[in-house]
Design a protein around this ligand. Sequence first.
Ligand code: GLN
Length: 304
Amino acid sequence: MCRHLAYLGPPVPVGDLLTRGPHSLRTQSWAPRDMRGGGTINADGFGIAWWTPTQPASTEPRHPGMLLAGIHTGDGPTGGAGSRPTAHRDDDRRDPASNLGTREAGPSRYRNAAPIWTDPAVDEVLPQIYSRAVLAAIRSATVGMPVERTACAPFTHGRWAFSHNGVIPDWRGTLTAVAAKFDSPSLLEAESMTDSAALWVILRGRMESEATPDVALREVVRAVAELSPSARLNLLVGDGETVWATAWRHALSVLVGEEFVVVASEPYDDDPRWQAIADRQLVVARPGWLSVQDLDIEIGRAGS
Ligand code: GLN
């Protein structure tokens, strides 16, 4: 089973979230502690998304067309949604880092389908990028699913990033039915032919219409579990300011400090503040703040 992690707090080198602690995400790729029978290692790639400030005025592209193409429309590599703010430009000039983590831009992303331990960018590139908000995942491909970059979480859309730790048995049938129920965007929009990528199309569809992320997560977990009661559905969503996560038949832990929060499949160190999240819970987290609610879904409770 894949492992994932989200961080919100003071700016950190984004690569640090992959290598931090004696049981870092990178270490979990070859020595995870809790796979629940879903494979033994997470060697089928990894990915990391981070939210950065809108571009400081001092580094604006000279050609306004570039600005329009790259930032205003959200068509650039960040896939950002929303318009460029002007109110903080003076602040940006004084201290570009002061604007880290604002939500105008969508996340940037780096993914590789190779084992994380083989990629030098983890040590040589990603530590040079700073962010207040990071979401990362390492992958153990479910049997029958492709091993390719586009199958590696995080999946992104607008300002959102998403990871799924788990599996949906009979995912094609189950998710076709769930998509019909929610009038979802076409599942052909899935980046890869995997349960996780298709699930993201459904979930983001709900979040784009009327549902808030917590409501969307509850609805989608319930709908999938009804049709596929043995599904494992640890979902992780971030928008650069808040993290939402479900614990549904897999491990989840949270570390909350005064100014930060980490939500992770497995603790990366032995900090006594780590809290194991019970099964069937919905976590909503912001720096220094945590809410844990019962998902309140009875499906599959006995013998699942
Ligand atoms: N089923 C998903 C995939 O194949 C997630 C796998 C996992 O959690 N191990 O990508």
